[in-house]
Design a protein around this ligand. Structure first.
Ligand code: 11C
Length: 314
């Protein structure tokens, strides 16, 4: 978050760095200046204009309303508020125009959803998306630092804490987040539910399989999309090429396609391997890759904050 704030030259008069009690008092260097970490109550009492939350869901459920009460606009990275009908789920390139002065708690979508809807939104507008079948290949950074350590330990043959139920080194786990009652994981159901909410269309059918792989640079997705009307691949490529935040990398015979090693550290969503699905009418396949910590999290959140500032909604 701090890296992205600095890179984008985010406009601010005052910056508060806030964390749980055990980190209060720590010093953090940001842009050449030292900041002392403060606690949540202290931050609420300072009544900030915008609060960027990147804590767990339970912290967010408890504290976002306290900030909202004092007039702060909270942009929340957790899953706590995403499906609350009274809260907006925002990907700025798609639906920031929904934001109004009364929106005090704004939800940032899940990383795997953000990169997928970035490619689906222009297609939905032009052709209507009827059905999506997505399989993900997700970076261990989505789980957090302990997963990065697990992979490092396993690759060096060192014993250590395991956050996954199985080794992740040289493995693929069809298991991201917890299982829900229907047998799908929470990650898979986020792709289903959040896509409908962001594209504002409950008729879009989405089915997902989310897989964790031993990769750090970003999430990849194989996406099969059935459209409501005929298309040409050239038109789809042009449409996506002209979509803000999307980069088409699709020269199959030149071995040019998106990969996490290229997406890492970048803010765009990369799309390639576009092919007509020859088994189903009006259907195509594509491969979507993005840095899950960037457009999937920090960048999207900070873009929302920039929108609020730009439109003076704070
Ligand atoms: C993962 N998508 O890769 C998750 C991480 O709901 O914000 C982010 C979880 C969330 O495991």
């Amino acid at each position: 978050m701090l890296e992205v704030l600095k890179e984008r030259n985010f406009p601010y008069d005052e910056l508060l760095l806030v964390a749980s009690e055990k980190s209060v008092g720590k010093s953090i260097d940001f842009d050449g200046k030292m900041y002392q970490v403060i606690g949540l109550s202290e931050a609420v009492s300072q009544n900030p204009n915008i609060a960027i939350f990147s804590a767990g869901g339970s912290t967010s459920l408890e504290w976002a309303p306290k900030f909202a009460e004092v007039g702060t606009r909270v942009i929340d990275n957790s899953s706590a508020w995403r499906m609350d009908p009274s809260k907006k789920l925002i990907v700025p390139e798609i639906n920031a125009d929904l934001l109004e002065k009364d929106d005090r708690i704004i939800a940032n979508p899940n990383c795997s959803t953000i990169q997928m809807v970035m490619a689906l939104a222009p297609l939905h507008k032009k052709y209507g998306v009827k059905r999506v079948i997505v399989s993900t290949y997700q970076s261990i950074t989505g789980t957090g630092i302990k997963a990065v350590q697990q992979l490092e330990n396993e690759s060096k043959g060192v014993e250590g804490e395991m956050v996954y139920p199985y080794p992740i080194h040289k493995n693929a786990l069809p298991h991201c987040d917890i299982f829900e009652e229907n047998g799908y994981t929470k990650e898979e159901m986020k792709l289903v539910r959040e896509t409908k909410k962001i594209l504002q269309d409950n008729h879009i059918k989405v089915t997902a399989t989310a897989v964790r792989i031993p990769v750090v640079g970003g999430h990849s997705e194989s996406v099969n999309i059935e459209l409501g009307s005929p298309f040409s691949l050239e038109d789809i490529k042009e449409l996506l090429n002209n979509t803000n935040g999307v980069t088409v990398k699709d020269n199959t015979f030149g071995n040019s396609y998106p990969m996490p090693i290229f997406a890492e550290g970048k803010d765009e969503v990369f799309v390639g391997r576009m092919r007509v699905d020859e088994t189903n009418e009006n259907t195509l396949n594509m491969w979507i890759v993005a840095d899950n910590l960037r457009k999937g999290a920090a960048t999207n959140t900070i873009q929302i904050a920039e929108y609020l500032i730009d439109k003076k909604i704070y």
